[in-house]
Design a protein around this ligand. Sequence first.
Ligand SMILES: [Zn+2]
Length: 69
Amino acid sequence: MSFTTKNTENRVRVCFDCREFHRINVSDYKTKESLHTFELKHQGHRTQVIDAKVLAEILPYSQQGLKVW
Ligand SMILES: [Zn+2]
């Protein structure tokens, strides 16, 4: 794994089953807690950490219906 992840502030965890995503740049306690809730909720689902810039390319059909955490 030689993947460079210096741009972590633009990374999101996305659930393809629920079409929801959550920012993973957790700097404050409240966001960190909601990310934990998100991961618990989507356990067993098809989730992936991606760059926010490619979110629109991966889920172009569901941009309107995406739930933002
Ligand atoms: Zn899910």
